[in-house]
Design a protein around this ligand. Structure first.
Ligand code: 3PY
Ligand code: MG
Length: 254
């Protein structure tokens, strides 16, 4: 079973940090900080396959799961992320059960799915040294789908029920936009939609995750029993720390 999925719902919420700097060096710094998972963002960060690979290699020495967000849930892209060695994928904008089933198929070799075979040349197979890779790969893949639109909410029960969908993650930013509250994920309508979604994910028996809007929001989600939560971003830490330091020495802004 996928290591990250196995750890979900074991009573201890898994705490994550978004990696948007697209850089192996900073990913390595964050990997040693004590988080359970790092989200390496192929959707909104300026990553190439080389920077994705570099981050994966940089964090490999640490007891932290590298969860990759693909830019879009397409089989060809999923194949490439898996080939370089990501085991746990987060797919944005999942809106139907059919789409979720196609994503599951994209993560599995035939006859279980449609993933293309590159066993002897992929990093995932140990460059061909793992002789059982083709028949065991499906066991180590974890698939997390992101619900972040009105359509996704409407079809959430059917999506969460799909076999092979291991967890469901709420994206408050896009969800707010889709519900007519662009830039305001704290709006009560968005927050009540999130509360309803989390209850439905729990009813489906799948672990739920969310991107926290603040430390207080993260603490609340944790005390409400969320299985995994992103506490913030590398960029957020850098911008906040950089500002705090200069303000400490120039408090009046002069
Ligand atoms: C969102 O909030 O839309 C995200 O994708 C990040 O969680
Ligand atoms: Mg989003």
């Amino acid at each position: 079973m996928n290591r990250f999925v196995a750890a979900l719902g074991q009573g201890r919420p898994l705490l994550g940090l978004w990696q948007a700097l697209a850089n192996p060096y900073t990913a390595e710094i964050c990997a040693g900080a004590g988080y359970d998972w790092l989200l390496i963002d192929g959707e909104h960060a300026p990553n190439t396959f080389q920077t994705l690979l570099g981050q994966l290699q940089a964090v490999a020495a640490f007891p932290v799961e590298a969860v990759a967000r693909v830019p879009v849930g397409e089989a060809a892209i999923i194949k490439q992320y898996l080939d370089i060695g990501f085991k746990t994928l987060l797919v944005p904008m999942v809106e139907s059960a059919d789409q979720a089933r196609a994503l599951v198929a994209a993560t599995r070799f035939p006859p279980r799915g449609i993933r293309g075979v590159a066993s002897a040349t992929s990093r995932a197979s140990g460059f061909g040294r793992r002789s059982d890779y083709l028949v065991t790969a499906h066991e180590e893949v974890g698939l997390i789908v992101q619900i972040e639109s009105r359509a996704g909410l409407e079809n959430l029960d059917a999506i969460a029920a799909v076999d092979g969908v291991d967890a469901v993650f709420i994206g408050p930013g896009d969800l707010a936009a889709s519900l007519g509250h662009l830039g305001n994920p704290r709006h009560p309508d968005v927050q009540s939609a999130i509360a309803g979604a989390l209850a439905r994910i729990a009813a489906a028996g799948k672990p739920a995750g969310i991107f926290a809007l603040s430390v207080d929001d993260a603490r609340q989600r944790i005390s409400d029993g969320i299985a995994f939560v992103s506490l913030g971003t590398d960029i957020g830490l850098l911008t906040a720390g950089a500002r705090t330091l200069v303000e400490a020495c120039r408090p009046d802004g002069a």
